[in-house]
Design a protein. Sequence first.
Length: 395
Amino acid sequence: MNADNHFDIVVLGAGPAGAAAAKRAADLGLSVALIDRAVFPRHKLCGALISPRALAAILDVHGVSLPDEACLTSRRVAFKWQGEVLREIDAPYPLTYTTRLDLDHWLQRSAIAAGAANLEGTRVSEFREVENALVLEDGRRLTYGVLIGADGAASPVAKHLFGRAFDPDRIAFAFETEVPDACAPDALMSIDFRIVRWGYGWNFPKRATRTIGLGGIKSVDQDLKALMTAYLVQEGVDPAAVTIKGAHLPGGDYRAKPGRGNVLLAGDAAGFVDAITGEGIALAIESGALAAEAAAEAIRAGAPSKAYRAYFARVKPIQSELDRVRRIRGIVYAEAFETHFKSRLKTSDWVASSFFDVLAGRMTYAEVEKRFAQKAFASAIKGLKVWPAKRRRRA
C-alpha cells in the first residue's frame, strides 16, 4: 500500500466487474486498490454459465482463458414451461459452466498479479466524497482520484450516491442452491420460463454439483421461497437436504447515470444485467474495464471529477441494448402473450437461435427486434408492458 494511502483508483467490490476495473487500471499504469469485505475464495449466488461473450471479455481484460480444470462444457439444453419439457436441443457452441467460488477468486488474483493492492476482508465505514476519501473499519483512510463501485446489486456506493442502492419495485430476488451431483461433460442444462412470473428457473451442471435456482421481480405478488421449494421437488431434489440462499439481483432497471463526478458504478451496481438471458458476467467485466479506461482518461487530463462524462459515453451502447431487452421481455414474460410465446419456444428454431446468438454476443438486441418485426406477432409487442403491473406485496 502507498505510504500516504493514496491511489489513482479505488475499486470497491472484487467480483468480475471490480477485478476487471482493477486489472485494466493496473495495466494502464495507474495505482489501484481492490477492496472487498469478503476473503476470497467466497461463495456468490449465480448460475455461473460463462457465455462466449463473457469468455471473450475475460480474454480481453485478463489476457488468458479460464483454466479447463475449473469448468464443465456441454451443448445439451432443455427449455421448460412449469416443468413441462418443451424441447431439448444442442446449443450451436459449447456452453461453459463453473462456480463463482472459482471464477471470482481467479479473476481477483489476476488483478492482484497485475499490481492491484489487495484489501480483501475489508469493510468501508464511511464515504467522504468531498475529500475523495474512504474510511475503513480499522480506521485507515484512503484517498483516490476516482472511486469505482463494483459492489453488487445492494451497492453501498450507489446508496451513498443516490440514497438507495435500487428501486424496490424493480429489483429482482433470487433463491439458489448447490446440489451435490457430479455431472458428466454432456450433462443437460435446463431453463424453466414459467416456474415463476416475470422471471425464470435454472438448473446448470457443474463438475461436482448442480446449481438450481429461480428469480423474479420482487414486487410481483408471488411467494418465491415456496416456488423454490416446488421447483427443487420438480427437479428431483429434496429441499430439506440442501442449503438455500437468497439475494437481490438487478431486474432490468439499470441506472441511466451510473455515477457522479469521480465516482462510477459498474456491473450489478449499475444494473447492467440482461433480464432475459440472465447474462451479467460479460456486462460486469466489460463495464468494469470501461470504468477504468474512463478514469484513466480523466486522471491523465488532470480532471478526475469529469470521469463520469467519459464513462457515460462508453456505456451508452450497453444501456441501449438493455432498453431493447426491457421491450422484448414483454414477449417472454407478459401473461397476455404467454400462449404464443410458449408455442414459439417449443417449435421455432429462430427463437432458440436468437437466444444463443445474443448469449454469445453474435447478435445484438437491435437485430433481434428486426427479427421480431419480420414475424406475424410483431404488432403484439407494442401493447406489452416492459414492467409488470404493480401488485400487492406480501408482508
